[in-house]
Structures are given as structure tokens and as C-alpha cells.
Design a protein around this ligand. Structure first.
Ligand code: ZN
Length: 536
């Protein structure tokens, strides 16, 4: 290995072996985690925690092995400049990014973070369960969260950042994105959403939703969720749907991509969850076999992943053509509650907008405002502009400012999300980026696949329950890249420009103006989609 010239192949082969082993350890840990969240009896918790900690330690050791650094440096030198579209070059480029990141975090800091976040999470569970109107246990959680914030700031310093300590954490979820860029995007989004939310709240149209509520026939919901998954192309030879308290998708390999779902007293919730998790799963299924067991066997970013789940959940599942196909089937399964309900009433009900204090229950109009609030607060915490003790009042003030609602207590306010107690600062923006990208991608698909979304007597592809062309389009344009490109590179390739909030706002106005009898203020519309005005 010491001679400079002929080492390229051996170096590349050794890099692949090492990345393959890291991949195996990561996916083995994912199996343990999946089991913990689905079938593991309570008694297994302590041992499972140790098993996963051991695996995390091994993953960290292998990911920071100086030999890995040598291989990367040698391959960079021999292949300069790296062409990110070429598999091997992309592998080296992404290995450099991850290696640098892992190498900069001292082992002791990782140990402290693991320890302190597990304590914080426990305190969060207790505080949330015990907080009721008039009585908050945020004070019980606050010292633990303060410690987590302190460690995350220490992590920022270890990692380094261009402008804000928040950049160091955002980069993990959205490689290459700066806090200042995210702030511009999310501020514009919030600004654009304000008049729409106000108009909907002021509208005299009340959408009837009672026929969706108090469902106690979970087996039927489950059966239809499986039918929907099958229809959109989820491959049950390479996956399965199980139950868990919080739905998620996990891939153990390209041949084993699992999703979870949960029953709900809302008729449509498990169906939309199946579309959401199914969208994540299709992304995993679509990654080429040749990238298996490498550092490229994943999506580009959390936001890109979320764009796929949101596209199926909202753009497909929330559309009229989708229910033109599925409503008659649903009505047959639930005759006692849907016999007197029209397809139009059903479509309206599943799209009803109600500003609520709870993020995971939010509709697609108000959802991103929940993200804007979290983004502003977590950035302020990491930049030292906000103290943990002031978080509940900042939260409540933000909820009123952005959504016009006041949480009844901290359980449905500042204590509702698990992310901060787990140290996942920088995660929230990915949800909003995914929502924006879903619309931008879907607009491109509409252009390339005429008739995808048309309703009317003959119906388009979605109205006929034919999803293969859309799935193939997403595969060719997005999934087939795996993790080779940075998110901004991939987005520009697919839509020819950067991520933008305007297409999302246009989509919302086009969809919700007819539902709530609204007139859109004329000046705000972007010039691009004038031909869509008036159409639904
Ligand atoms: Zn998701």
C-alpha cells in the first residue's frame, strides 16, 4: 500500500469494505430499535439500551478510524477533482463529510450527550404526563434541557460553523444549508401563510367532520391502509407494516424496508399515515442495488425524505382525484357512517383547516407555522439569545403570534415534542423543507405526466388508481440518485432552481380558496402559474 501509483483500486476496495461494515452495524442497530418500538416486552428495555450503546460505540470507533481518513485522503488526491455524479467519487466525497463531522466530536462529548439526553428524555416524559391546565412541570424538565443545550453548544464549537452555532446541527439533517438561509425561507413562508390562515379562520364556511370521528373499527382501517400501500407500489415482499406508538419507516436493506402505523379514532388518519410512511419507503426501495452497503444507500437529506412522504400524503392523498377512486371503497367498508356522506363532503372533511396547538395534528395549511416557531426558538437557544427558563413563555407568545391559539397547558405547548429532550436540534426545518419541495416536485411531475391529476368523467391517472407512472417519475428523478448529491444539488437537477416557498403558497391558495370561499389578494401571486387561476 506504500507505493503511490497502483494503490487506487486497493484503496477503493478497502474503503468500500470499511463503509460496508459501518453500514452493517448501523442497520443492525436499526433492527434493534425497530423491535424496541414494535414488539419488545417492557422488560427488555435496559438490556436493549446497553446493546444499542455498544453498537453506537463500535460505529463511532469505525467512523473515526484514522485509517479511514488515510484512505479518503489518498482517494481524493488520486481522483481530483471528484465528480459527484460518479458512484465511487460520490462515495469518497460523502465519506469525507461524515468523517470530518465524526472526527471532530470528542468521544467524551458523545458519551455525555448519550447520558444526558437519556436522563432528559425521562424527565420530559414525566413532566409532560404531569402537566395539566394550571400546573406545569416544565421546571422539573428545565435543568435537564439546560444541560442538553449546553452540550449541543459545546458540540457546535467542536464541529465548527460558518455563521451560527445552529449551522453545525442543521448541517447534519440538511447538508450544506445555513441557518440564515433557512431563516429567509421560513420567514417568507410564514409571511405568505398569514393572510391565508386569517382568511380561513374568518370564513363563514364550517366544514363538517363529525363522520370521521370516534371510529372503533380499527381492523377495517388497517385493511384499507394495506390496500392503499399495495396500490401505490409498496412491495410487501420487501417490507411489512406493523404497529407502533409513533409511526416511522426504517430500512434494514433495500430488500427489507419496514413501516409502522397506528390505529386512530379518526377514520382517515391511518390511511394518510400509510401514504406518508409509504412515501418514505418508496424512496428507500428506489435506491439502486449497486449502492447497497455503502454510505450512499440513503436519501439526500431529511428534507428530501420528507418531500417524498408529504408528496404521497398531501399532494396525492389530499386531492380530489385520489378520493374519486378510494371514497367508494371506503364507503362500502364503513356503510354505517358514510352511506349518507358524499364524495365531495368527504374530500372537504379530510382537508378541513383548524389552527391547533399540536403539531402532529396540524393540517397542511398551518403545519409549517409550528415548524417556524420551533426553528426560531431552537436557534435562539443555541445562540444563547433565549434561556431555557424563558422557553414556555416564548413558546406561548409564538403560538399566539403565528397561529392565534394558546395552549391550555405545557403538555400541549412547549412539552409536546420529543426532539429537544433527545438532543435533536436542527431537525425541525426538514419537515417544512419537505412540504415545500413536495409541491415543487409534484408541479414538475404534473408537467411531465399530463393527465396525472385531472378529474372529470374520464379521470386522470390518480383518479383511476394508477400510481406507477408517478412512482417511476420519482424513482428516475430523485430516488435513483441515492445519497450521491447534496440536497441543493439534487433539487436543482430536478426542478431547475432552488427550493422556494412560493409554489407551496400558490398550491395552498388554489386548493383552499374554493373550499373556504376565499378571494386571494391579487398582488401576492407569482407570475408562473397564472394559467391555474380559478382552476381547482
Ligand atoms: Zn416523515
Amino acid at each position: 500500500m506504500s507505493s503511490p501509483q497502483p494503490c487506487s483500486r486497493p484503496s477503493l476496495e478497502e474503503l468500500k469494505i470499511r463503509l460496508g461494515e459501518i453500514y452493517d452495524l448501523q442497520r443492525a442497530s436499526a433492527v434493534l430499535s425497530w423491535d424496541q418500538q414494535t414488539y419488545m416486552p417492557k422488560g427488555g428495555a435496559a438490556a436493549r439500551g446497553e446493546q444499542r450503546a455498544t453498537l453506537s460505540g463500535l460505529i463511532h470507533q469505525r467512523s473515526t478510524d484514522p485509517r479511514l481518513g488515510e484512505l479518503i485522503a489518498r482517494l481524493e488526491e488520486e481522483n481530483s477533482p471528484l465528480d459527484p455524479e460518479q458512484d465511487d467519487h460520490a462515495m469518497v466525497r460523502m465519506a469525507r463529510r461524515t468523517y470530518e463531522r465524526n472526527r471532530r466530536i470528542p468521544e467524551e462529548l458523545i458519551r455525555q450527550l448519550t447520558l444526558k439526553t437519556s436522563l432528559a428524555r425521562e424527565a420530559w416524559v414525566e413532566a409532560r404526563a404531569a402537566s395539566v391546565p394550571g400546573r406545569s412541570l416544565f421546571g422539573h424538565f428545565a435543568p435537564y434541557l439546560t444541560e442538553v443545550v449546553r452540550l449541543k453548544r459545546e458540540q457546535s464549537e467542536a464541529l465548527g460553523y460558518p455563521e451560527s452555532p445552529y449551522d453545525a446541527h442543521l448541517d447534519y439533517f440538511e447538508p450544506g444549508l445555513l441557518a440564515s438561509q433557512a431563516a429567509i425561507l421560513l420567514d417568507r413562508l410564514a409571511e405568505g401563510l398569514r393572510p391565508l390562515v386569517e382568511a380561513i379562520t374568518a370564513s363563514s364556511i364550517q366544514i363538517e367532520t363529525t363522520f370521521l370521528e370516534d371510529v372503533r373499527d380499527g381492523e377495517k382501517q388497517w385493511a384499507i391502509s394495506l390496500e392503499i400501500l399495495q396500490a401505490i407500489g409498496y412491495d410487501f415482499q420487501r417490507g411489512r407494516q406493523d404497529r407502533s406508538a409513533h409511526p416511522f419507516t426504517t430500512a434494514f436493506s433495500g430488500g427489507d424496508v419496514r413501516i409502522t402505523n397506528r390505529l386512530s379514532s379518526r377514520l382517515e388518519t391511518p390511511l394518510f399515515t400509510a401514504l406518508h410512511e409509504g412515501g418514505h419507503a418508496l424512496y428507500h426501495f428506489g435506491i439502486p442495488c449497486r449502492l447497497e452497503r455503502s454510505n450512499l444507500a440513503s436519501g439526500s437529506s431529511y428534507g428530501l425524505h420528507e418531500s417524498q412522504s408529504r408528496l404521497w400524503e398531501n399532494l396525492v392523498g389530499g386531492s380530489r382525484p385520489f378520493w374519486a377512486f378510494w371514497f367508494p371503497r371506503l364507503a362500502k367498508a364503513f356503510p354505517e357512517r358514510l352511506a349518507t356522506v358524499s364524495e365531495d363532503s368527504f374530500y372537504r372533511a379530510v382537508n378541513a383547516v383548524r389552527p391547533s396547538p399540536i403539531r402532529v395534528e396540524a393540517d397542511e395549511v398551518t403545519y409549517n407555522l409550528h415548524i417556524v416557531l420551533r426553528f426560531q426558538l431552537e436557534q435562539a437557544l443555541l445562540e444563547g439569545r433565549l434561556a431555557v427558563k424563558d422557553l414556555p413563555s416564548a413558546w406561548n407568545e409564538g403560538m399566539v403570534r403565528l397561529l392565534g391559539v394558546m395552549p391550555r397547558d405545557d403538555a400541549e405547548g412547549v412539552l409536546q415534542d420529543v426532539h429537544w429532550s433527545s438532543g435533536q436540534f436542527g431537525y425541525f426545518p426538514s419537515y417544512a423543507l419537505g412540504n415545500l419541495l413536495a409541491v415543487q416536485f409534484f408541479n414538475c411531475a404534473l408537467h411531465d405526466l399530463p393527465g396525472l391529476n385531472s378529474s372529470g368523467s374520464t379521470g386522470g391517472l390518480i383518479a383511476r388508481g394508477e400510481y406507477a407512472p408517478l412512482r417511476q417519475w420519482l424513482h428516475d428523478r430523485i430516488h435513483s440518485w441515492g445519497g450521491k448529491l447534496l440536497p441543493d444539488e439534487l433539487v436543482r437537477k430536478v426542478i431547475g432552481g432552488p427550493i422556494d416557498s412560493q409554489p407551496f403558497l400558490d398550491y395552498l391558495w388554489d386548493k383552499y380558496a374554493p373550499l373556504y370561499g376565499l378571494q386571494r389578494p391579487p398582488a401576492k401571486r407569482s407570475g408562473l402559474k397564472i394559467s391555474h387561476l380559478g382552476g381547482e
